[in-house]
Design a binder for this molecule. Sequence first.
Ligand code: ME8
Length: 669
Amino acid sequence: MSLDKKTAFITTPIYYVNSSPHIGSALTTVTCDIITRYWKRLGKPTLFLTGTDENATKVIEAATRAGEDPKRFVDGLAAEFQRTWRLLHIEYDDFIRTTEPRHIAAVHEVFNRLRSSGDVVKGLYEGWYCVADETFFRDSDVAEDHCCPNPECGKPLRRIQEESWFFRLSAYADRLKQYILDHPNFLQPEFRRNEVLAFIDQGLRDMSITRSSTGWGIQVPDEPDKVIYVWFDALVNYLVGAGWPDHPERFAEIWPADIHLMGKEIFVRFHATLWPAMLMALGMELPDIIYAHGWWTIGGEKGGKSKGNLPHPGDLAARIAELSGADYEISVDALRYLLIREMQFGLDAEYSETAFLQRFNSDLANDLGNLLNRSVSMAGRYLNGMVPPPQPAPDGYDHLLNNAVTEAGDALGAIQMNTAMEAAFRLVSRCNKYIDERQPWRQAREGDDQAVRETLYTCFETLRVVAMMVQPVMPVAAQRIISSIGLDLNPAEVPWQSVGKWGQCPEKPLPSPIPLFPRIPANLLNRTTENIQESQTTNMSDMPEPSTQPLPAVSVAPFPSNSTITIEDFAKLELRVADVIDCKPVPNTSKLLHLRVKLGEEERDILSGIAETYTADELIGKQVIIIANLQPRKMRGIESQGMILAADMNGQAIILVPETRVPSGSPVR
Ligand code: ME8
């Protein structure tokens, strides 16, 4: 991105409104949002444009299939795209619909200008048209079966013979090729740039840009029997979003676009060839970068709308929330992270719900969530719940942090979100390892308070830097981390360049810890959609053997009939599910743990004799079942307000937990 005065401008493709968004369209839109958020942190004014492509034949066909009025149909889907993007924490600045008057007027303006300049001329079109791909093909491109030559499509083509207007694409082949050769970063990734050069070398043909009207689409000026070819119409949205033609001053601030981002299927023919040629014909500057990413595939094939085989992002976020117990906003952030983390940007990646959930557990729950939990809970235990005053950085650690911030920034600038997140999560792993090496619990036991302060200060600094680094990807989670370590800051407002400097966590009291990314229990991980589908088709002989490890027998006393209770007796017990938000050992006992639990809005202290089975750390974030109306009882100077239920396995207490996460405070019956 050029760091001059201009507003940084990024675009997604405008999506066809023939069906709902899915994680493919979410990938492109989330990526643009991440880059915009990063640019904002660099202090750039930004414009992020997305929208919907509504004039296509396939859109009207989808409306007809659904038996709906076309206008109502497209309005409904455009609203669903907007809702989905907001739900995914996507902060676009403008949402353009190609049925809007501003767009139609601009398309007419382009058409008229190019007709006047002789770049659009009349001729006879005879050839093949693919409705699914909205693409024309000449006879030599099409095999005898007359099906779409695009291997991802293969649908039957329509024969078309009609008078048409043509865009003189052939006239721009040499100029375009030279431009691509002179601007090595214009088309990315590099291997796709080579595909474009090869495509141009095959010879560019003039392109038919009008069709006989079927009553849907943008009418050709002065020719009501014709509509403009949907691709010629759609690409113009990028100019309209920048204010063209009505707002020339705004346009001068914004154009050319810094990044057009899209999937690879609409790169070579449309974004990397037709679009730059149209801009050349209009005498306009070309975008800085046109970038094609790969696909989420299913079974090696592009997942998508027509196949309906990629999940809706809202459903996938809800699934993460349901399985992990994280709140919905955090689950949305997790999904944003997983979308860009499970893919090497530019290449295809096979979508797997199981892989997403496993990465949720490994990166977010076990690494980042755990680092936050253990740092805050240890500060609670050893430092009276305070972030210590700034301490010197351990050997080279400040450089480590600073270098990681620079590396992640460079990666975000190069549209390599995955590499940026690797840099952040390397810090998380490093810090978890550092805690294990330094053993602050041992330092505390040995009374080395200074060492404890140094260790935990390093943890808080790492958490601060990591939160600031992941903010473009996980804005809500970043804010939660920052608040959880006592900082009163909005990470979105912290300049990227200032993040890496050591020592920015001031001495502060810490709020009560709330688990950010609770772990998805192993038994639920096996219940992913894929596993359920697989298990329905799995031969029983392929199933793993059940564990044959015998459990120690438990002696059960005989049941005297006069010891039964009535249902009314049972109803006197108030059993509830509670979240453990903090836990520490009770000094000078070997059995007792002091838990702080949350029941809905209420918080309580409970002492429980389970220290021989559980460490304090591993209980934080778990759900337990408590007797909530037990008379409070004082032990070791602490009032215990309830009792935790546990199975008694020959003297060993095994806590009872709900089979799946439920809202805290839920009654147990
Ligand atoms: O092509 N994996 O709209 P569209 C990753 N209206 N990204 C995917 C994907 C997948 N499986 N499936 C879709 C159009 N996408 C035109 C664009 S622009 C002037 C006109 C994303 O609804 C990806 O960005 O078919 C792809 O290019 C875009 O959705 C296609 O959306």
